[in-house]
Design a protein around this ligand. Structure first.
Ligand SMILES: *Cc1c(COP(=O)(O)O)cnc(C)c1O
Length: 404
């Protein structure tokens, strides 16, 4: 239908989003008209400097911090790496223990693995079957050696929203710094660094209809985080290099738009998300919704279909012009099942059958209906080819079985 008209049904907004028209319009002048370096002294550069100030203010307003606590980076990965490796470097003499979770993005997990090679101890806290961090386990992991807790605000694969305020409070009580990878949460759900006791927070422009290649690390005033890049005095001496002004302006505009629309978009997307999950569960047997139903990003849907390979489903959806994902974009194409789904305790074959759809504010009910129809067809077709399915299906002749 839509594809025949040459249109995509793009349901991979956790991988990246398309910039909004407002974001593009805000960025364009900063390529050819207002190209001045914000650090220069003449009048021509003042508009660049002003734009930099405004973008920082827009972003700070969304998380309740001071503009001077926002440090622009090249994206979420850089911000995560900076927080973890920087704190490790600054506080290594105090203690060499970091606490994180099993379901973090690789930007955090691989930074932790690198630190382990350098002699750090890292505790990877597990999650319950809904993908929520086990608070008991986290509490028990804290020791006098712990200098940092890093727990993501919301998961990129299964959309679970973590009890960030509770973790922030625990960290504060124990005098431990708390970093959160909020790349999937920023601009999508409310965040407040004071109410949640967050010391450092990573976010990225391209996950909220801003441009790629721009992100920030929020660093609470007074935290001894060393410089990320040495050079000029940009970003208050902590992250040198002439600013990516078009990117920063676009990110600021995206934050502004998110602030204006978050509530309304979240309500609309959650309703569509729930409809999508309910319909699929009603129409297709042996399906599981991965992740919490309750504490869930408004735009995230993640299913496992038993007796179906996620990859095969993806390829067949692609032939219909539907973009979805199995696991995260970074692990897609690898044969390993997702570390997030394995952490939920799913059997490997169920983890392999997982597929993620992430909606945007532009997603329509017509698109979702089209996708559900196609999924029903494709899953049935793939199962017809599965000898296991036939066996189980005949056993449960009623066909009412499911994995929930
Ligand atoms: C996308 C993503 C990142 C990486 O951000 P980039 O800007 O692409 O480097 C980090 N963490 C999470 C949770 C993400 O979804």
């Amino acid at each position: 239908m839509a594809f025949m008209m040459g249109e995509l049904i793009y349901l991979d907004n956790a991988a990246t989003t398309r910039v909004s028209e407002g974001v593009l319009a805000a960025m364009l002048p900063y390529f050819r008209e207002r190209y001045g370096n914000p650090s220069s002294i003449y009048e021509f550069s003042m508009q660049s400097k002003k734009a930099l100030v405004t973008a920082r203010e827009e972003i700070a307003a969304l998380i309740g911090c001071e503009p001077s606590e926002i440090y622009f980076t090249s994206g979420g990965s850089e911000a995560d790496n900076w927080a973890l490796c920087g704190i490790a470097e600054a506080l290594g003499s105090k203690g060499k223990h970091i606490i994180t979770t099993k379901i973090e993005h690789h930007a955090v997990l691989h930074a932790c693995e690198w630190l382990e090679k350098k002699g750090w101890r890292v505790s990877y806290i597990g999650v319950d079957e809904n993908g929520i961090v086990k608070m008991q386990e986290l509490r028990r992991a804290v020791s006098s050696e712990t200098v940092l807790i890093s727990v993501m605000a919301a998961n990129n694969e299964i959309g679970t929203i973590q009890p960030i305020a509770e973790i922030g409070q625990l960290a504060r009580e124990r005098g431990i710094y708390f970093h959160t990878d909020a790349v999937q949460a920023f601009g999508h759900i409310p965040l407040n660094v004071h109410a949640m006791n967050i010391d450092m927070m990573a976010a990225s422009g391209h996950k909220l209809c801003g441009p790629k290649g721009i992100g920030f690390l929020y660093v609470r005033q007074g935290i001894p985080l060393p410089a990320m890049i040495h050079g000029g005095g940009q970003e208050r001496g902590r992250r040198a290099g002439t600013e990516n002004l078009p990117g920063i302006v676009g990110f600021g505009q995206a934050a502004h738009e998110a602030k204006e629309t978050m509530q309304e978009r979240a309500a609309r997307q959650s309703a569509l998300r729930d409809y999508f999950m309910d319909e699929v569960c009603r129409r297709i047997p042996y399906v599981r919704v991965n992740g919490s139903r309750k504490n869930r990003l408004p735009n995230n849907v993640n299913f496992s279909f038993q007796f179906v390979e996620g990859e095969s489903l993806l390829i067949m959806l692609d032939m219909q012009g539907i973009c979805a994902s199995s696991g995260s974009a970074c692990t897609a194409g690898s044969l390993e099942p997702s570390h997030v789904l394995m952490a939920l305790g799913l059997p490997e074959e169920v983890a392999h059958g997982a597929i993620r759809f992430t909606l945007s504010h532009e997603t329509t009910k017509e698109e979702i209906d089209f996708v559900i129809d196609k999924m029903e067809e494709i899953v049935a077709k793939l199962r017809d080819m599965s000898p296991f399915y036939e066996e189980i299906h005949v056993k449960n002749a009623k066909g009412a079985g499911d994995l929930r």
